[in-house]
Design a protein around this ligand. Structure first.
Ligand SMILES: NC(=O)c1ccc[n+]([C@@H]2O[C@H](COP(=O)([O-])OP(=O)(O)OC[C@H]3O[C@@H](n4cnc5c(N)ncnc54)[C@H](O)[C@@H]3O)[C@@H](O)[C@H]2O)c1
Length: 434
């Protein structure tokens, strides 16, 4: 949930401490026996979300320790480490030899004897990080979005398949899927509560996000990596990095069936300064499904505009409204009204409770396919908005467009002080689809 994003320590710490998860004992022989074995966790990307995920992992199971951390910036790692220690005390056992810095830090962390890896860097790195974690037999918590381009999504799909073969858990950071009120509401919709879903209007309209002022000691690549949100080759643009949550719920409402095609628009109207890199500040996309259903997605990041973060589903028998700001979950069908009245629950904690329970029980969770598809839908939205062309899902998934240099080339540029200018902001009708 982005409304509380990037301020985890203040808000999550106390809640996380108070919500330790107790396992029941009916466990299979496979995997780890009930708390007999300590599960070692490694965190890759020690920023706001990664630190939150580590805190939730440490609260999810009484016998979990954090033993390794990886980042490219020592200061980010140190502040995360200090905060985690202040919350979780001796569950944080990251000695200096296991504080890995650099672009290959993730490999060193994965090879350091951890059982579970939390992937929370900017999205561009995720496909390589996940691939290596699964290759080395680790259970994974993987933040969204999973990639920034179609080759990246295809790599994620292959890793998810590999995870299945190896009986590894792969839990996604699409946190609303782990939110009890949404689960109950979407289950009702999927059980036919509003008939066949024909229209899903979904929004992520919000203000601006953080920006980090340039510091004299930063070279160009360091500056861009600190401000990764504003470079589509690092973040995927805000439709992928943030609004993908709403697109994921749209896909959930359609039973994770894939659309046939999409069309749309977008642009950069208010956030035009050079400091905002090359990303857009608004998108409007229409997804068309085989049964004639349509998904209408609107997102914007523009200061002083009305906020909306909601999914409004219309079916052949009624309507369902999910509002992530007002915390409303309502169905109105056939003259009957239903409204979720239970507790709200901490979905971030649930993600980790279920991940660790699945490891203990030897019953892996694999979110791989739907999390890749939701990432792909947001990417498809970006493609149609950037180019102004109608694109089919097949064309989008098979696209070979890559906006970023390889991870190795980013690392070299970072070390040597080279820049990667990236493309100019896309112009519909001129920017080509390929
Ligand atoms: N599910 C949610 O609600 C939610 C909320 C916020 C962020 N996120 C996602 O989490 C991810 C991280 O976002 P954030 O807000 O924590 O950003 P952040 O900038 O606070 O943290 C990113 C961290 O990764 C580090 N990093 C960058 N490149 C790296 C590399 N190659 N190897 C190791 N570390 C590297 C950075 O130095 C930084 O510490 C993003 O994909 C974002 O979309 C999800």
């Amino acid at each position: 949930m982005e409304q509380s994003r990037r301020k985890f320590i203040k808000t999550t710490g106390a809640a996380a401490l108070g919500s330790s998860f107790v396992f029941n004992i009916g466990l299979s022989q496979k995997g780890f026996a009930a708390n007999a074995d300590t599960l070692k966790v490694g965190l890759v990307g020690c920023g706001g979300r990664g630190s939150g995920a580590a805190s939730q992992a440490l609260s999810a199971d009484s016998n979990v320790v954090l033993t390794a951390m990886a980042d490219i910036f020592p200061d980010r790692m140190q502040s995360s480490l200090e905060n985690l220690k202040s919350i979780h005390n001796d569950k944080v056992q990251v000695d200096p030899e296991h504080q890995f810095i650099g672009f290959d830090a993730y490999k060193k962390l994965i090879d350091s004897g951890v059982d579970v890896v939390l992937l929370a860097t900017p999205p561009v790195f995720r496909p390589d990080h996940l691939e290596y974690a699964i290759e080395k037999g680790k259970h994974v918590f993987c933040e969204k979005p999973m990639a920034v381009d179609a080759p990246g999504v295809r790599k994620i799909l292959a890793s998810a398949e590999e995870a299945k073969k190896k009986s590894l858990s792969l839990v996604s950071g699409f946190c609303w899927r782990y939110h009890e009120p949404k689960r109950e509401t979407f289950n009702r919709v999927l059980d036919g509560g509003i008939g066949d879903v024909m229209s899903v209007y979904n929004t992520y309209n919000t203000g601006e996000l953080w920006f980090k002022d340039r510091q004299p000691e930063w070279n160009e690549m360091q500056y861009k990596l600190r401000n990764w949100l504003y470079y589509n080759w690092l973040s995927g643009d805000h439709i992928m990095e943030q609004a993908v949550h709403s697109i994921d719920m749209m896909s959930w409402a359609f039973g994770d069936k894939l659309p046939v095609k999409a069309t749309g628009t977008g642009g950069r109207q208010k956030r035009t300064d050079e400091k905002y890199g090359n990303v857009y500040d608004h998108f409007a996309i229409v997804y068309e499904y085989e049964n004639g259903g349509k998904g209408f997605h609107f997102s914007r990041q523009q200061k002083d505009t009305t906020r909306s973060y909601a999914v409004d589903m219309i079916g052949t028998k009624g309507q369902c409204l999910v509002d992530c700001i007002k915390r409303k979950h309502e169905i109105n069908a056939g003259g009957e009204k239903w409204r979720y009245r239970g507790d709200d629950y901490d979905m971030y904690q649930t993600e980790h409770n279920e991940l660790f329970a699945s490891i203990r029980s030897g019953k892996p969770i694999n979110d791989g396919e739907w999390m890749s598809n939701s990432t792909m839908l947001a990417l498809m939205g970006r493609m149609v908005a950037y180019t102004g062309q109608e694109v089919t899902f097949e064309e989008a998934l098979n696209s070979n467009e890559v906006l970023s240099p390889s991870n190795e080339a980013i690392a070299t540029a970072f070390e040597m002080g080279f820049d990667w200018p990236g493309n100019n902001p896309a112009i519909p009708g001129e920017t080509k689809f390929f």
